[in-house]
Design a protein around this ligand. Structure first.
Ligand code: PLP
Length: 451
């Protein structure tokens, strides 16, 4: 359906316009190349459709302003890190109070905020005992170490094309012939991940049972809906089947709610009445301040505590010096108490429904073989229809040129999508007008491409 010559020409046109519009970002990037590896503070920031990243000047709520003075409707929201909106006032106040007025961020002493946050996360996600990290990656790392410790089993099972952070055990996929293989480009793996892990496609219970039947899986680590290869929703009965099988074969179930938190105040776990053994989360719960955590069921906590010889307090392999620091837990408390509230989620979800409907209208108007999928406050379009039912299918539908074209086209007209996705996320500060601006520009981008 897409004329590739026309797409290439339009992409060039948009990249030229981007370069012309952003001389200060271009100059800052050029200057940084002599000092930063890859020219960016972290190498993934080179994931940019236009050839160089926009530099941040200011961000507040759902708006971002770049170094050249352009204001954007930000539907990227730090790939969920800023789902609470940029610098929400309650979080800013709590951080200023903790770090500025009272003082003390990294003191190696608990604060009372931590138990409040643990209780609130317990209320939301149904698992009562929490520990904190500064990233979701670390929450997952530590959760899987505990799972291996208490089950005495060596392997972790994940879904193909999942993402749970830069955790060695998750970087493998189901290959074209059904074999399990290291993910392409996996950097410096200590061992081939097929030694430490098993992988199956999402929504595939027979394969899950086949792999669990080996009896060596400590935990299934999964998102209740995939969000890192487009959004892939569970089919009816799938998640119940996962829970039954993990119980039957003595494997723990870890729900990574870092992105699926968009489904509601207690993520998919609460929204869909799921009963994992461990919940991991990061990104949004600190309102932009590095934060994360893992919550253990009462049974898992008791099993950990009953084990002799686990070094949980020194160098045994869980924890980090700054994890659970006073600043981070103050930010989590303020964000959960005042920003990402039950009411906020209701409004965010309504906006995402508006977003999804508008995108579907454009797809329908041009009879494009594309789909758009919503998960609470998040929605994402994918260049295939019907929507993919697993990670492999979704990966196969990838179209990097089309991604780049839409990203640059939108950026040139004041709308930011997440660089790694065609994902739009709603914050408590996002408005209907913001969503409608996206629709107007998206419709124009599609019309330029297909008419
Ligand atoms: C589901 C999920 N888990 C974990 C992570 C890792 O988060 P972080 O990079 O903050 O450690 C991500 C990042 O995108 C994620 O999507």
């Amino acid at each position: 359906m897409i004329d590739r010559t026309r797409l290439a020409r339009l992409l060039d046109r948009e990249r030229d316009a981007f370069r012309g519009r952003n001389p200060r970002s271009a100059a800052a990037y050029e200057q940084a190349r002599g000092h930063l590896f890859g020219g960016v503070p972290m190498t993934w920031m080179n994931k940019t459709a236009a050839g160089f990243p926009l530099y941040l000047a200011e961000a507040r709520g759902a708006r971002v302003t770049d170094l050249d003075g352009h204001e954007y409707v930000d539907l990227c929201l730090g790939d969920t890190g800023a789902m609470a909106g940029h610098s929400p006032q309650a979080t800013v106040d709590a951080v200023a109070d903790r770090f500025g007025r009272r003082g003390g961020a990294t003191v190696m002493m608990p604060t009372e905020d931590a138990a409040w946050v643990g209780a609130e996360l317990g209320r939301r996600f149904g698992v009562p005992y929490w520990s904190f990290s500064l990233t979701a990656t670390d929450a997952n790392r530590w959760a899987i170490r505990l799972a291996r410790a208490i089950t005495g089993k060596p392997k972790i099972l994940v879904n193909s094309y999942c993402y749970h952070g830069s955790v060695d055990e998750v970087l493998l996929v189901v290959g074209p012939d059904g074999e399990q293989v290291s993910r392409e480009g996996n950097v410096g793996a200590p061992v081939d991940p097929t030694v430490t892990s098993r992988v199956v496609e999402f929504n595939d219970l027979p394969s899950l049972e086949r792999e669990l039947a080996h009896g060596d899986v400590a935990a299934v680590l999964m998102e209740p809906a995939l969000t890192n290869i487009g959004i892939v929703l569970p089919e009816p009965g799938y998640l119940e089947g996962v829970r039954d099988l993990t119980r039957r074969y003595g494997s723990l179930l870890i729900n990574d709610e870092t992105h699926t938190f968009s489904a509601g105040p207690g993520g998919c776990t609460k929204a869909w009445d799921l009963h994992p053994d461990i919940v991991t989360i990061g990104k949004a719960i600190g309102g932009g301040i590095p934060s994360g955590g893992y919550g253990l069921s009462a049974e898992v906590a008791a099993r950990v505590e009953a084990m002799d010889g686990l070094d949980l307090v020194d160098m045994g392999g869980v924890g980090g010096t700054l994890a659970g620091n006073a600043l981070s837990v103050a930010a989590m408390r303020a964000t959960l108490e005042h920003v990402l509230t039950d009411d906020a989620f209701a409004a965010m979800t309504e906006l995402a429904t508006r977003f999804t409907k508008g995108v579907q209208e454009v797809i329908d108007a041009h009879r494009l073989p594309w789909s758009v999928t919503q998960l609470g406050a998040r929605a994402e379009y994918r260049f295939t229809s019907p929507a993919p039912r697993n990670g492999g299918e979704s990966n196969a539908a990838g179209d990097p040129d089309l991604d780049d074209y839409l990203h640059v086209y939108l950026a040139n007209r004041g709308v930011l999508l997440t660089p790694f996705h065609n994902m739009a996320l709603m914050s408590p500060a996002t408005t209907e007008a913001d969503v409608d601006l996206h629709h107007e520009v998206f419709a124009a981008a599609v019309a330029d491409l297909v008419s």
